[in-house]
Design a protein around this ligand. Structure first.
Ligand code: NIG
Ligand code: FE
Length: 406
């Protein structure tokens, strides 16, 4: 394999420094090099970056990619997706568009449970095809590292098949064993007894993390503590879906258990903001989900100003956020969460990688980091946020190879 020289970039933009996660003013520090290059090594890592004027002679086999005035940013990191599902929810979407609420549909056996039925029916082969397809959609939007949750199987075989499908498609698998209570169990406690005894031992061999939906109508704080405690014992990192509709104790529980993240936060008030800011837990903001459901946006500006570690993700799923576009999320961060494009970039690269335990390896264009590069068809990298729903991704380089070209 040859080295790859990406030359003739209008700009190279990367979060500054070497730390992860980035907090406060550090989140908005982006280094920009005009008229730049990136040299990717034959080991799939970045060898060097800089201004074209400083590019010396190169040894060995070097393939060249003329970036023709495009801008380079790091490969984007989507740290919260639900790609392992069968079917769709276009019917429910249409009902919601006419006024029905997401929580009402869920309570009536629609919502998540309708996707559980379709996912069980898809079988392992069907799930693999679906996750491969969703991973390809992500790549076309510039995502080179992604997390994928199970959580639409909720029986042993379909949960394990979901985790295997995510791993096979190159994702980082998270066991969302506590997403909803499936109909064959009497209640949440009975379901958790089953999941922890029958699914966790094998799920822990495939997944990197465990996740729970802590919300009225799903799992309460005591049930979430029981589930996450057992998952931690089995060696999994911890994540929580929390404060999506109600503040139900997700932030204190995440802090108590040393979770990697608490995600959603649309309902988080000032006390939650202060608690999260004083902790090591990253707040993952999902503005596409708030937009899709017509819900309030999470307090992004307040969290960053208070010093919290904040990441951004799509929440890609069939019910509450049917999008794989981090560029769209970047635009929403700028227009709805009052984050600057630079803060949004740090939140969907370095800080998202940190949530996945990969902050030292992906998220920056700098020597030693993985050679994951997005080429933007734009004269300024901030078009990533500025071009609302724009078709900005011209090409994606993953591990030093061109993985997608428009
Ligand atoms: O993160 N909130 C819970 N889970 C998903 C949505 C699942 C669904 O509606 O299918 C979320 O928004
Ligand atoms: Fe989610």
């Amino acid at each position: 394999m040859a080295q790859l020289l990406i030359r003739g970039l209008a700009q190279l933009a990367t979060p500054a420094g070497t730390d992860a996660p980035l907090r406060g003013a550090d989140l908005g520090r982006v280094d920009v090099v005009e008229n730049a290059y990136v040299l990717c090594g034959d080991d799939g890592r970045i060898v060097a970056t800089g201004a074209m004027a400083d590019l010396g002679g190169l040894d060995g086999d070097v393939e060249e990619l003329d970036a023709g005035g495009f801008c380079a940013i790091p490969g984007l990191v989507d740290c919260h997706t639900h790609p392992a599902f069968g079917g769709d929810r276009v019917e429910e979407f249409s009902l919601r568009a006419g006024g029905a609420s997401y929580e009402e549909l869920h309570a009536a056996g629609g919502g998540i449970l309708s996707t559980v039925r379709a996912t069980r029916a898809a079988g392992e082969d069907g799930l693999r095809v679906a996750v491969e397809c969703h991973a390809e959609w992500m790549l076309r939007h510039g995502t080179t590292t992604w997390e994928g949750k199970s959580g639409y199987g909720l029986d042993r075989d379909t949960e394990l098949a979901s985790l295997r499908a995510v791993a096979a498609a190159g994702g980082v698998p998270t066991w969302l064993g506590a997403h909803a209570v499936p109909p064959e169990h009497a209640d949440a406690d009975a379901y958790l007894a089953f999941a922890l005894a029958e699914v966790l031992p094998q799920a822990a061999r495939i997944a990197n993390a465990a996740d729970v939906f802590l919300e009225r109508g799903a799992f309460d704080a005591a049930q979430a503590r029981r589930y996450l405690g057992a998952c931690a014992q089995a060696g999994l990192a911890l994540r929580l879906h929390g404060d999506q509709f109600t503040e139900s104790g997700a932030i204190p529980l995440a802090i108590e258990l040393g979770a990697r993240s608490v995600d959603h936060l649309e309902a988080t008030g000032p006390d939650g903001v202060a608690q999260l800011a004083a902790s090591e837990v990253t707040g993952v903001l999902l503005p596409a989900s708030a937009l899709f459901l017509g819900r309030p946006m999470p307090p992004g500006r307040a969290l960053v100003d208070a010093g919290a570690a904040v990441a951004l993700a799509t929440d890609f799923n069939p019910g509450s956020a049917f999008t794989t576009s981090l560029p769209l999320v970047c635009s929403l961060a700028a227009t709805q969460l009052q984050l600057s494009p630079a803060e949004a970039l740090g939140a969907m690269t370095v800080n998202a990688a940190h949530v996945l335990g990969r902050g030292d390896e992906v998220g920056r264009l700098a020597p030693g980091y993985r050679a994951d590069v997005v080429l933007l068809d734009a004269p300024d990298w901030r078009y990533l946020a500025y071009h609302l729903a724009g078709d900005v991704v011209a090409a994606v380089i993953r591990d030093g190879r061109v993985a997608y070209r428009r």
